[in-house]
Ligand binder design. Sequence first.
Ligand SMILES: Nc1ncnc2c1ncn2[C@@H]1O[C@H](COP(=O)(O)OP(=O)(O)OP(=O)(O)O)[C@@H](O)[C@H]1O
Ligand SMILES: [Mg+2]
Length: 285
Amino acid sequence: MNGLISVKGVHRRYRRGGFFKVADSLHVLRGVDMEIREGEAVGLVGRSGCGKSTLGRIVLGLERPDEGTVLYDGQDIFSGEEKSFREFRRNVQVVFQNVQGSVNPRMTAGEIVAEPLRNFLGLSKKEAVERARPLLEQVGLKNSDADKIPGHFSGGELQRVCIARALAPEPKAIVFDEAVSSLDMLVQARVLDLIRKIRDERGLACLFISHDLRVVAGLCDEVALMVDGVIAATERSVAALAASGHPAIKRLLESIPPAHPRQTAVNRMEKRQEQEPDSVAVCRG
Ligand SMILES: Nc1ncnc2c1ncn2[C@@H]1O[C@H](COP(=O)(O)OP(=O)(O)OP(=O)(O)O)[C@@H](O)[C@H]1O
Ligand SMILES: [Mg+2]
């Protein structure tokens, strides 16, 4: 598999302070290296505030790093060349957690999914909406759902609309930032099944960002653990990360509420690991 997205030595600082305080800066990313190969799913896990979404925004080209580079297909995405940046934006799409905030409430689902088709492929509105209908069916919605507005969908259905929008320009990669975190467990499991199916069918590369280990387990070919703005460990599975005994992974495991009140997440992962050394399935209970 070839390297599709390469993050090299990325640092990001945010200015803090205001009128009454001396301005200083918060050093969020402290030299991040990451490689996402064609068709590969990389999970990025870590505690809240460690810098996952900041890295996600930089990988998407939405924010510039203060130091370091992001290469897409060997090209620096921040080199300033507009044509290649546009090509990159088409090829690397995103699905965020806040679905309500990432769609225009006055547009129909068909228009929402049609937007990237109009932007990147230059289709007319009518043509683009017609192309959006089969995409909505691919994500498990009905053709007629194209005429509904966001307020008439459930959270899980609206997340499917956002996934269809991300798929519309036929990208090579999708960044999922906490994409299922606001859904209840059952809906979460269904959307994860959909993502797995789409990945297999399309050979998409994914960066799957989550603070919840259960979400990335069973979905990713590689899992990177971020601690205070650096990648502290990378393993082939959540089970392998758990086995590494890294203190940060222990804390993350302990933060998972047990499905059975008398069983801890660590117990469950360990038990599962004994049975299936290479994977820890997503817990649905
Ligand atoms: N635009 C910004 N301006 C200032 N500080 C920011 C900005 N974006 C993020 N931060 C800070 O950077 C740190 C990392 O934030 P980030 O959103 O990347 O964390 P995260 O790992 O995604 O957390 P979570 O799991 O809660 O989503 C936090 O302390 C946050 O407050
Ligand atoms: Mg985040």
